[in-house]
Design a protein around this ligand. Structure first.
Ligand code: MOS
Length: 763
């Protein structure tokens, strides 16, 4: 083991020499570290978007349409205008001219959930669309006045049922510009010829975003500058997109978002920020908009529903001859987001033939959007349930069946995996969980507790999520003469541990202690276009810091005059260690950052770098993997299902901070529990209205629902990823619902293919 960090600044090239941090085992990477933002949060000193106080600020409230489609025939705002404390009522009649917000995935920095006009005409596109905004001196006054807005509609025929959407016909889905359809060989023929086969339809409902912090923004115009304190996962995207809406320069929008109370894909740009900025312009006063929990359901899209067919044809030895994963994803008309549920089937199993396809149909509803592991979360439910059904038919152990179909290279692209140790994760997880105690036959294990009889079962499922690193990464490192380093990067801390992870990554890269490093983020004026999405922020920031460090070393060596032991050395001849740089060939040639700066008479030295494009994903098939194990029980009388044990054994490359990583995995698995057992947006098919827009009626797991969740990982670095790390933010939700469904089947013999698995389906 190396005693010190020895880091060549430009050692990492895609598919080439690994990042030296990949193998380093004596640094901050891999050592549990408490959140750097933790103390501020528990002391109430962390200011969230709705906590920024501004002089003369007014509060916003929204009124929502009650028909799914049509036009506003009349809008009576007189009562609202006359209500106490009201400063302004804004509607399509008096809103400033604005262009539609560019819709996400259509432009590099587009952040809009849809691209519909905002308060520019009388058209209604979904049931719940904002139709008026009230500004008042207090939130209570605004809420009351908004309730007085009276609208009448000229309703148009709307598509609000799955049957009607399907009857209109389907279109092929595409995701990030790529078609989701893929065929290798003749999978239907192979299925028909296979001695063993399963062929079933799985359904997942709509889900809504329920971050603990509802969406909020505090907005004001500072001359020509629009300043926005927002709760967002995309500061740079939001700044650019708001500029497009208001027809101003990107530099005229400043977005800050230092703390975010959960994002999960939902904290992007929706109507509320645009409306708050427009109202602030009209009123000439700062505006705070805080969506109520109902408001989040009306204004912010969630995950759409899916209907998925999974068919697997297998030989007697369990090998897959055919893997078919097709189905339907519902979208709104102005939307770029089919739920890409075939993603797991592309890379998880070897098979003789493949047929993968996502068809889309349209419904008049609020635009659906990203939600933690879009595609994989619901796709693994279907795929991994089907694999379990096949194991039952074959009489095979579900773990062994998966191991038997482990591919040696990416099964649909032929590309080698950069790093895949799923079998090791299965073996370690099975051992730890006690998988060998499993009873193969359902309904054979019971337990009596507090006089109640429960059927007990276990199940497993594979978790998977791609490695991404989006273009646009950049960072600035500033070295101070006292030995401290500060990094500026437009990244986001939504509670995942990002700020802490980045301190760790920077410290090891520079050969400093974490205590010597500070990181600024959550500000669109900082370098980088870095989305907190796609589980890629750590890779993106890591690569950006690597690029900035490379520039920094070059600048430092320019300062190394004849008095420096480093004099004459080139950047690729030195490595960072112990608060300075050392020669690679002659480690005795060492100079500290402090000495280098002091000798040059500099107080500080700053360098900025841009990350290279993510070429690694073209050379390699890169994914996070995991094996989920669940023990569940089903009440013998009432059918009530409960999860009693949950374990995730992950293979996600190097784990940067074991402490926050454990929370990320656990949080994802808890969200998977919600999917499996309780979460469901109730959508009234008669009128497109969401019927349960509150946490009282949209159930998520609470502490009593959640058992001890064990998390382990292989910690095997990926030599082709910065720091050897894969993303961990989203994979936790994947596989979990299937592992629970499979455990419930093993407990009681009932196979539920429609989520959530509520007791009525088990009776
Ligand atoms: Mo995630 S759904 O990419 O925030």
């Amino acid at each position: 083991m190396k005693k010190v960090a020895e880091l060549a600044p430009d050692a990492w090239v895609p598919g080439g020499t690994p990042d030296p941090l990949v193998e380093r085992r004596d640094g901050a990477i891999g050592t549990p570290r408490a959140r750097v933002d933790g103390a501020d949060k528990v002391k109430g000193q962390a200011r969230f978007a709705a906590e920024i106080p501004l002089e003369r600020m007014v509060y916003a409230a929204l009124a929502y349409a009650t028909v799914p489609k049509g036009r506003i025939a009349s809008l009576d705002t007189a009562a609202a205008e006359g209500a106490p404390g009201v400063v302004l009522v804004m509607s399509h009649r008096n809103a400033p001219k604005m262009k539609p917000v560019p819709m996400f995935l259509t432009k590099p920095k587009a952040a809009g959930g849809d691209n519909l006009p905002v308060f520019q005409d009388d058209a209604v596109h979904w049931n719940g669309q904002p139709i008026a905004l009230v500004l008042a001196e207090t939130q209570e006054q605004a809420d009351h006045a908004a309730s007085l807005v009276d609208a009448a509609y000229e309703a148009a025929p709307a598509v609000t049922s799955l049957a009607a959407a399907r009857a209109q016909g389907t279109e092929p889905g595409s995701f990030q510009g790529e078609p989701l359809k893929l065929e290798i060989g003749d999978a239907e023929a192979a299925l028909a010829a296979a001695p063993y086969r399963v062929d079933a339809v799985y359904r997942t409902p709509r889900y809504n975003h329920n971050a603990i912090e509802p969406h909020a923004a505090t907005v004001f115009w500072d001359g020509d500058m629009l300043r926005l304190h927002d709760a967002t996962q995309a500061v740079a995207h939001t700044a650019w997109s708001m500029a497009q809406a208001f027809g101003i320069e990107e530099e005229q929008v400043h977005v800050t978002s230092p703390f975010v109370g959960g994002g999960f894909g939902g904290k992007a740009l929706w109507q509320h920020q645009v409306l708050a900025a427009a109202a602030s312009k009209l009123a000439g006063r700062p505006v705070r908009i805080m969506l109520s929990r109902e408001g989040v359901y009306r204004v912010v899209g969630g995950r759409t529903l899916t209907e998925q067919r999974v068919a697997i044809g297998a030989r007697a030895d369990g090998r897959f001859e055919a893997l078919i994963h097709t189905g339907l994803s519902i979208m709104s008309p102005n939307n770029a987001m089919p739920e890409p549920f075939v993603m797991p089937a592309r890379c998880t199993y070897a098979a003789g033939s493949f047929k993968l396809d996502v068809e889309t149909a349209q419904m008049d509803m609020l635009a659906n959007t990203f939600m933690r592991a879009p595609g994989e979360a619901v796709g693994t439910f279907a795929l991994e349930s089907a694999v379990d059904e096949l194991a039952t038919q074959l009489g095979a152990d579900p773990v062994e069946l998966r191991v038997r179909n482990e591919p040696s290279k990416d099964p649909t692209t032929g590309t080698p995996f950069s790093s895949r140790h799923l079998v090791e994760a299965y073996r370690a997880g099975a051992e730890r969980f006690g998988w060998k105690e499993r009873a193969a036959r359902p309904g054979t294990r019971t337990v009596v507790e507090d006089g109640e009889e429960w059927l007990v079962g276990v199940g497993c499922a594979t978790a998977t999520y791609p490695y991404y690193r989006m273009p646009g990464g950049a960072a600035r490192i500033t070295l101070h003469r006292d030995g401290r380093a500060h990094v500026d990067v437009a990244a986001h801390e939504m509670g995942m541990g990002t700020a802490t992870t980045h301190v760790i990554v920077v410290a090891d890269r520079l050969g400093l202690a974490p205590e010597q490093v500070s990181v600024a983020y959550g500000d669109s004026s900082l370098p980088g276009v870095i989305l907190a999405g796609g589980s890629q922020q750590t890779a993106s920031v890591g690569m950006s810091v690597m690029a900035a460090h490379r520039e920094l070393v070059a600048e430092l060596l320019k300062l190394a005059d004849k008095g420096s032991p480093l004099h004459g050395l080139k950047p690729d001849q030195v490595r960072a260690r112990d608060g300075g740089l050392a020669g690679i060939d002659d480690p005795q040639r060492f100079d500290s950052y402090t000495a280098l700066l002091a000798r040059a008479g500099r107080d500080e030295l700053a360098a900025e770098g841009s990350a290279p494009p993510p070429l690694e994903t073209q050379h390699w098939s890169m994914h996070s993997f995991g094996a989920i194990f669940c023990e569940a029980r089903v009440n013998a009388v009432t059918g009530e299902p409960r999860v009693t044990r949950l374990l995730g054994s992950y293979d996600c490359g190097r784990i940067i901070n074991p402490k926050t990583a454990t929370s990320q995995f656990r949080g994802g698995m808890i969200m998977g529990m919600g999917m499996a057992l309780m979460e469901e947006t109730q959508f009234d098919e008669r009128n497109g209205r969401i019927m349960n827009p509150s946490l009282a009626e949209y159930h998520v797991p609470v502490h009593l629902d959640v058992p001890e969740i064990e998390v382990l990982w292989t910690d095997i670095p990926d030599p082709h990823a910065p720091m050897g790390a894969h993303g961990i933010g989203e994979i936790g939700i994947t596989g979990t619902a299937a592992a629970i469904a499979n455990a419930i089947y093993n407990a009681c013999g009932k196979r539920v293919r429609d989520l959530p698995i509520t007791l009525d389906k088990l009776m």
